[in-house]
Design a protein. Sequence first.
Lengths: 603, 88
Amino acid sequence: MIKGKFIDNLPKVYGIYTGGFLVFIILMAIAEQAGMSAKLIGIFFVAFTVLIYALIGWLSRTLQVDAYYVAGRQVPTVFNGMATAADWMSGASFVAMAGGIYFKGYGYMALLVGWTGGYVLVASLLAPYLRKFGCYTVPDFIGTRYGGNLARFSAVIVLTVASFTYVTAQINATGTIASVALDIPFGVAVYVGLASILMCSMLGGMRAVTWTQVAQYIVLIIAYLLPVFWISSKLGAGFFPHFMLADEVARITELEGQFGFVKNSAADLATVPKGLAGITKAHSSVNATPWAFISLAVCMMAGTASLPHVMMRYFTTPSVRTARRSVGWSLFFIFLLYSSAPMLATLSKLSLIDPTLPTGIIGKTIAEVQAIDWYQNWNQANLMFISDFNGNGTLELNEFFMGGKAVVLATPEIAGLPYVISGLVAAGGMAAAMSTADGLVLAISNALSHDIYYKIINPKAETAKRLIVARVLLVLIGFAGATIAALEIQGILGSVIWAFDFAMSGLFFPLVLGVWWKRANAPGAVAGMLLGLISGTAYLIWVRSGGAGFLGITQLTFGIVGAAVSLVSMIVVSLITAAPDSATQKMVDDVRIPSGKTVLAQK
Amino acid sequence: MSKQEQHWEKTRNLLFITLAIWFVFSIGIFLFGAEMQDSNIRPFGYPLTYWFTCQGSLAIFVILIFWFAGRQEKIDDEFGFSEREGDQ
């Protein structure tokens, strides 16, 4: 199936796949009407989709280095865009983003702007040039451009720190969803998630990951958009929510004014289960200072342009031109989900707090709310909680608490959609978390196998041996990630944001200046990577252990400190040491024009 | 100036224009979040700042990348630096 003609048949293959998935959803809906239990529907959704991904992974198995590392460099523009979007949108984007918007409003939207704006930097500063370079991994670029094993090794360190921080969060998310949908303990579910991730990547490397990510994108985007459009119509808010929710947004502001944000006492809050929050911030008005907003957005943008698992997706396109266009498609496919998240948050909030809607619970008596089915379900799942703090028997805005995940997971049920939608959402969340974890695990193990093993330890290794090493490392890293994920140290969203800051601290300037500043040399790059990473990490530790910080830079934006140190040290050290030799300068010249062979092929 | 230098100069200028537009919609406008919110410009009826964070800036980035890619392709064509079959 995946031979020769496969590339030409992609639209047909994925068209049939999408049709098949829609038929599956309809079959499940019929089964639900016929009395199939909710639990069984959830199991079917997750198991069926994961098996399909595993099948694609098996069909894409390969024994060629080029296919394993860069999918043979023949992934068409639009499909690479879909794969990148799945690679990019993690369990956090899928499950937690709408919740973040719901609770934090404007202050949180900096993440949306940052996670999309970063692609402008990817397209204009890096992706086409790295594609022309013809490398297999991001450290491969650093190592060849600057020369020397120390530069290569430093890049691997930064890559590993950033990607590993990220991947534990994703394996955690696959575990959470698998444990809910399949009804198994979290400690076991983490390894079920890991096994699914490895099945998609181990045999076929980048080629397998590419084609499963396209399949996962299709599942996750259907699973996100279908409920949003359905809920919107059902609430009478409009059939196309993105352009039609202005009245609903205004209505929420009106209700916020009417209810007021009453501050709860610490004693009252202590009774609320951990992880749940109340509505304490304005939904649509500006509630953060310009600097708080901009600094977070800047970190996410620079981090986007430095995260290796995203960058390496653009190594798989057939040409420089397609790499550039592919970035645009990636962002378009990401935009479809990101622009829907605020709409979902609006619909979810309005349906819960508007007393004039049948689903609204604010203003009802406590006993009434406690009798609602979905309240009981989600209360049991530890995602909803109410308490009569003022003892008046009526539910007030400040007496209602919810977990961030509930916005995506519970809103379909609150709005009265059939259970089949909840099963679909679970499959979508699983697809989002798996696709990101795949990309990350592969990025780390490729860097270790290609840059450390092949380039530094054993340059004479044969193809077969290199690929075996790559696979063994993939499994080891997966297990290490799952083991740490099982410990549940840091929340999903927190670790995702840290990963961006780590990547930005160590890699942003060494990558960008490698293309745009010919004078940059190896000592400068090494200083930039290591000092950037060290100072960023030191700042994080300082703030985490109670330090005051400076300039309003928090533990979520420590990349600003790291990147600033990285930039300054890279420029200073480059200028006080010798300029790169003429061969290196020629290499940079070659990177800057699209025509001709890749730089690595010329060497 | 050699052909390659001219090509790079044009490429760099395009980068500066692209980054300037990017800067305006990712950073610049959010210096004035509170002011924009009170403005009477309300796309699709949404408050202006809210709309930019939900859709506006995001959509502008998508369009900007495609525009940038098109312009860069023109520059590459102009100097004959576009890829040909079998280049890679």
